[in-house]
Every structure is written in structure tokens, then in C-alpha cells.
Ligand binder design. Sequence first.
Ligand SMILES: [Cu+2]
Length: 158
Amino acid sequence: MDKSEKLALSLSGLLLLVFFGALMYAAVAEDVEVPTCITDMDPFTSDTLFQTSEDVYEIHMVARMWAFQPSTIRLPAGSTVDLYVTSQDIIHGFKVERKNVNLMAVPGAINYIRVKFDEPGEYFFACHEFCGAAHHTMAGRFVIEENVDEPETIGGKL
Ligand SMILES: [Cu+2]
């Protein structure tokens, strides 16, 4: 190994130790708290669908490699949906076909949009931001029916 290569490797190792030491100092001596991820907090952890008033629903959507949680949402026709979208890992997209819904799912941020589903049918949604190897499989759907006894979300949970 060349002498300059040895020097570069040694300096790189030394820098790693210095930065790791600085992190440890900040965590222990300065009592710095690492912020909690949004997706580790309620309601994103478990409950994703709430009925806030008649025909108005609130959905908390988490995007992650490579799925949406929830992946299927069954609602009655005429529903208005308040959508809150965030990401657990990297930047994803959220686009609903035949609706003016086009959001980015960004880690550490919650994006919001209100959408109304008047017509029964299936409204597919998909990730529109290339996010990795299985990006093309990242999709889900709203199932809008005339009569729904119990609005529900299906799938997508870890
Ligand atoms: Cu994607």
C-alpha cells in the first residue's frame, strides 16, 4: 500500500472516531434528545380511519417502501375524505386517479388534502415518485359503494 493511501485511510478512520465521539458527547453530556418519528405517534401507528362527522372521514396514510398503509379504503358514496399523508422512510408520491389529488409523502412532514367521492367505483392510488426497486408495486385503492355498513381500511399494516 502506498504511503499516501495509508495516510488517507488513517485520517478517515480518525475523522470517524472524532465525529462518533462528538455524537456521543452530544447525546450523553449535553442530553440531546433525538426527535420521535411522526409515524411512531398516534394516529399513524394503528388507527388510520376516523369518522369526524356525517359523511366526513379522516384518513392517516403512511407510505413506506413499498406499500401504503392502509392499502384499501372502503367508504360510502358521497364521502368527503380528509387525507393526511406522510412517509416512514424516503420520499414517496401519492396520486389518486380521476381525482385532483397529488401529494408528496415526505418523512417528517404531514401533507393534507380534502377529496370528495360522489360516484361509486374504484379509485386507484399509486406512488408517482420513483422510490426504489419495487416502486411499480406501490399502489392501493378507494372502494366507493352506494351502501357501506361499516367503512373500513384493509391491509398495508406491518
Ligand atoms: Cu414510488
